[in-house]
Design a protein around this ligand. Structure first.
Ligand SMILES: Nc1nc2c(ncn2[C@@H]2O[C@H](COP(=O)(O)OP(=O)(O)OP(=O)(O)O)[C@@H](O)[C@H]2O)c(=O)[nH]1
Ligand SMILES: [Mg+2]
Length: 353
């Protein structure tokens, strides 16, 4: 079982120009302090590529510049949409004037997918981008009506396709991370065991949400108590988690170790825990020390993981009492995956452009 090659996953980000594709990747890469970069982005010329690893996966992102000359180019040749594992199609929710144009382009994309014998069970994510809290709050009814209109149109024009809908904003990074991670989950090794233990932990402790992240901030597994329809509450929880992501990004960049950190936000307690595993599990103690030293120069054998919980204040003691047990279970499952895919590869662990 050990030393299997990692699976390569092709993720395509598509949509009209200005939809927010590159911004999404910038947020995803940087995790914090990216606002200036996002505000000053130039339109993407042709395609930007981005690679990173995620447990047993090698991720290849294709950020397809959406100006009309490039769109024309992509739909003339099959290769761009060949062997897709996840298609994320962005529709700018703030740009109602271009909904029809966007749906027209999606139908061109589907034309190519049909040529390249696209398998129907490969997920198609429709992402309503730029759904900023500020925008929704000013006119929630208008926002809901726009979403409903696009959904209706898509189901009418493309009855044979199954869509998964997401809402994202660059100002709430977790919305983006959550969407991308959901797309990758079906390809993850060991996911079911990890998910079952997190659900069991959540049930026992009656917390609101528990999330396991890898060191790049991708979600390996998460669980939340039944989602309320309360937009304000959901948004607040998402923003707390976005704050955690920002924090992880800084810890990783500065190579800092913590055990845990907690905060209180209204009726919620939020805690995040950092733990680490050695990718090369046959090492002796002495060698481990060297590995930790080398970590500072980006050693691919060593990786942190993060576990975040959000809990009503009343339940937080119970949740914290059981934390050692759940983290040790999660570590065991992760080790199995790491042993199976142990060998370092030509890819860097650190994000590369
Ligand atoms: N309000 C808001 N603006 C955003 C968001 N995401 C991106 N933008 C802005 O939208 C503009 C276009 O973003 P890009 O990421 O360059 O769009 P793109 O889809 O990559 O465009 P092309 O490369 O031409 O295909 C930039 O000015 C961003 O600052 C968002 O979530 N909310
Ligand atoms: Mg772009």
């Amino acid at each position: 079982m050990s030393n299997q090659p990692k699976k390569t996953i092709k993720v395509v980000l598509s949509g009209l120009d200005n939809a927010g594709k590159t911004s999404m990747l910038v947020g995803f890469k940087r995790m914090y302090g990216y606002e200036d970069e996002v505000h000053n982005l130039k339109p993407t010329l042709r395609i930007d590529y981005y690679k990173r690893e995620f447990l047993n996966l090698r991720l290849n992102f294709f950020d397809m510049g959406g100006q009309s000359k490039f769109r024309d180019m992509y739909i003339k040749r099959d290769m761009y949409f060949e062997s897709i594992d996840l298609l994320i199609y962005l529709i700018d929710i703030q740009d109602e004037m271009r909904f029809t144009e966007s749906i027209k382009y999606l139908s061109d994309v589907f034309g190519v997918l049909e040529n390249v014998s696209y398998v129907k069970d490969i997920p198609i994510f429709i992402c309503f981008s730029k759904a900023d809290y500020g925008f929704i709050k000013v006119n929630p009814d208008e926002y809901i009506a726009r979403r409903a209109m696009v959904k209706r149109l898509l189901r009418k024009v493309f009855p044979e396709y199954e869509f998964h809908f997401y809402i994202t904003s660059i100002y709430n990074l977790y919305t983006i991370i959550h969407m991308i991670s959901n797309g990758l989950r079906r390809y993850l090794e060991g996911y079911d065991e990890i998910q079952d233990s997190i659900v069991e932990y959540r049930d026992k402790t009656e917390i609101t949400q528990a999330i396991l992240f890898d060191h790049t901030g991708l979600v390996i597994s998460e669980t939340f108590s039944p989602k309320s329809k309360d937009f304000e509450l959901e948004n607040k929880i998402d923003r707390i988690i976005s704050g955690h992501l920002e924090f992880f990004g800084q810890l990783e960049d500065e190579d800092l170790e913590i055990t845990s950190i907690r905060g209180v936000d209204g009726e919620f307690m939020n805690v995040c825990y950092q733990f680490h595993l050695y990718n090369d599990l046959d090492q002796s103690e002495e060698q481990m020390k060297i590995i930790i030293e080398k970590k500072k120069s980006g050693n691919p054998y060593y990786a942190n993981y993060y576990f975040s919980i959000i809990s009503p204040l009343d339940n937080s003691i119970l949740a914290e009492n059981q934390i050692t047990e759940i983290i040790s279970k999660l570590s065991d499952y992760l080790k199995v995956i790491l042993i199976n895919y142990q060998k370092p590869t030509a890819f860097n662990q650190k994000p590369t452009t």
